[in-house]
Design a protein around this ligand. Structure first.
Ligand code: DOR
Ligand code: ZN
Length: 349
């Protein structure tokens, strides 16, 4: 197969940041995706519908001209950041706004800008009950923050300690287990009711934890949840090859300036938006499952969010090209995943 044309995809998990940093990264997403679920972990976080509305306005103002003029339309799908204090009224406002599509649950301290996150999920139950009632999805960063739990086990332990009790208490709550990284999460989601789904990143499909240590410490492969063992990568591959609509595309593209990753205590996050759909095409090709890419990238997420599937198309050509060593990022630089290396697919013009 040398060329692939399929329905324009959406990114169901994206970090866009704000201001000049957002302006730097937004064109990469718009080139490939029609819509994206935009993560709310700004500083300060997006905790109210009013904040989500103004963030959305800033994103639309920053869209490249081609997207503004309708050439390739792009729609940011906003989310709220759940805290211990999120009220049921705020959830009602969010639902009514029509622009907030989900609420993100970060366990406090689990990852970048998560300090304001939830300290105990039971504190958020009145908001969660309203979400269950009105059908608003909860997007879960599924890792425990217990420092006594091995960092490679935090997702698996989260299933036992948080996910299972949560779904027992709120059995109709719509839940997306974000950026799953383990066989345990694949099994959990597969066995859960239809309203429990998961996103999978390209980097977790392509790499295991060796990538972080190959020939030295490689900070650009460090993200949270951290890359896992090969058995887990294989389980993610099987999940997408199976064509189960519970599993759909979410890049978790998370830009950090070069100097904040290449340092003694580097930030978590891989910048994949630059080559996102091409990296997924590589992963699916390795799995001999290019025929499954369109539904994973363009259908299942839209169906889950009860949004129409896109009508436009994109074309990918089988063409080796070299990813730049770095990209401009405001006054800084951004090192994309695969920097200085080749990617096997290229999006057509
Ligand atoms: O690696 C990560 N980076 N994981 C997250 O959950 C957050 C993200 C970020 O915002 O940088
Ligand atoms: Zn994320």
């Amino acid at each position: 197969m040398h060329q692939l044309t399929f329905t324009r995809p959406d990114d169901w998990h994206l970090h866009l940041r704000d201001g000049t940093l957002m302006q730097a990264v937004l064109p990469d997403t718009v080139r490939q995706f029609a819509r994206a679920i935009v993560m709310p972990n700004l500083k300060p976080p997006v905790t109210s519908t009013a904040q989500a509305q103004s963030y959305r306005t800033r994103i639309i103002a920053a869209l490249p001209d081609i997207a503004k003029s309708g050439g390739t339309k792009f729609e940011p799908l906003m989310t709220l950041y759940l805290t211990d204090n999120t009220s049921a009224e705020e959830i009602k406002r969010a639902k009514q706004s029509g622009i907030v599509h989900a609420v993100k649950y970060y366990p406090a301290g689990a990852t970048t800008n998560s300090d304001a996150g939830v300290t105990d999920i039971r504190k958020a139950y009145s908001a969660l009950e309203e979400m269950q009632r009105c059908g608003m999805p909860l997007l879960v960063h599924g890792e425990v923050t217990d420092k006594n739990v091995d960092v490679f086990d935090r997702e698996t332990v989260f299933i036992e300690r948080v996910m299972i009790p949560l779904l027992r208490d709120l059995p109709q709550l719509r839940v997306v287990f974000e950026h799953i990284t383990t066989r345990d999460a694949v099994q959990f989601v597969t066995g859960a009711p239809d309203h429990v789904a998961a996103t999978i990143t390209a980097h977790h499909l392509l790499y295991n934890r060796n990538a972080m240590f190959s020939g030295g410490l490689r900070p650009h492969y460090y993200c949270l949840p951290v890359l896992k063992r090969e058995v887990h990568r294989e389980a993610l591959g099987k999940a997408v090859v199976g064509g189960n609509p519970k599993f759909f595309l979410g890049t978790d593209s998370a830009p950090h300036a070069q100097h904040t990753k290449e340092t003694a205590c580097g930030c978590a996050g891989c910048y994949t938006a630059h080559t996102a759909i091409e990296l997924y095409a590589e992963a699916f090709e390795q799995l001999n499952a290019l025929d499954k890419l369109e539904a994973f990238a363009s259908f299942y997420g839209a169906d889950y969010y009860h949004l129409p599937r896109n009508t436009g198309k994109i074309t990918l050509n089988k063409e080796n090209w070299r990813v730049p060593d770095s990209l401009p990022f405001g006054e800084h630089k951004l090192v994309p995943l695969r920097a200085g290396e080749n990617v096997a697919w290229k999006i057509g013009g």
